[in-house]
Design a protein around this ligand. Structure first.
Ligand SMILES: CC(C)(COP(=O)(O)OP(=O)(O)OC[C@H]1O[C@@H](n2cnc3c(N)ncnc32)[C@H](O)[C@@H]1OP(=O)(O)O)[C@@H](O)C(=O)NCCC(=O)NCCS
Length: 209
């Protein structure tokens, strides 16, 4: 897979890109502020990850016919459009970077490698009702983890607990949609519909507010 771009609808698109595949692509589209941020990333693997995610957003925007506005991180770490137009979310996992853009609504995207060890840390991010319906299967647990990451990134605020504030409805390990909600924070409760994809050994999820 080089770049996989999917136009979700006329307002949104996502792009998944191999992290080693950008060498010949121009980075001229980056804003001045982003070029400064990049200059401050010294670790080569981090630079490649950061850059590939921005190229992925650029490509998703091209599909929508939207200009690249440049993005900055707000005080919670969530990327915001510098023009004030549109919403973005980013994720990296070994070998892959992903981005989703929506013209008018907040979005969240996440990619996670399926690993056995997630079964041992379920108690940290899962509520008792979720532990009841999930099979002891790394795919099922990774789907739950990734759905919570996407919901977390879509809402964007630090301090929201995966275990206490993000609750998922029962779903099977074959599900392509997971429903969840945020409850018990100082912000309004909100219901989310999370899309789920399996890409070889990776779970990809995304949600639109
Ligand atoms: C910050 C966090 C969302 C990053 O997710 P991750 O799976 O480690 O890494 P990913 O590569 O998928 O995502 C990284 C991107 O998340 C985005 N991000 C960071 N903070 C964010 C926030 N508050 N809201 C939305 N997006 C955020 C950034 O764009 C970042 O990419 P960049 O550094 O290239 O700009 C995650 O680690 C986190 O803090 N989660 C909440 C804490 C928590 O409750 N953890 C579980 C407890 S058991």
């Amino acid at each position: 897979m080089q770049t996989k771009i999917e136009k979700i609808d006329s307002h949104s698109a996502l792009a998944i890109k191999n992290i080693d595949s950008y060498e010949n692509q121009s980075l001229d589209f980056l804003s001045f502020r982003e070029k400064l941020s990049l200059a401050n990333i010294s670790h080569p693997a981090k630079r490649l990850e950061w850059t590939t995610a921005r190229i992925a957003i650029h490509e998703a925007l091209e599909v929508l016919g939207e200009p690249y506005p440049g993005f900055f991180k707000d005080e919670h770490g969530k990327s915001q459009s510098m023009s004030g137009q549109g919403f973005v979310s980013l994720s990296h996992t070994p070998g892959l970077a992903g981005a989703i853009f929506h013209k008018s609504q907040s979005v969240g995207i996440d990619m996670d490698l399926i690993r056995e060890k997630i079964l041992r840390i379920g108690f940290r991010f899962l509520d008792a009702t979720e532990l009841d319906f999930l099979e002891k299967d790394p795919i099922h647990y990774t789907m739950a983890w990734s759905a919570k990451e996407s919901i977390f990134k879509c809402q964007g605020k630090r301090g929201v607990s995966f275990r206490e504030n993000i609750l998922l409805e029962p779903f099977s390990s074959e599900a392509s949609v997971i429903k969840g909600r945020i409850r018990g924070t100082k912000f309004a409760d909100h219901h989310y519909t999370v899309q789920v994809r399996k890409l070889e050994n990776i779970i990809l999820t995304y949600t639109i507010w």
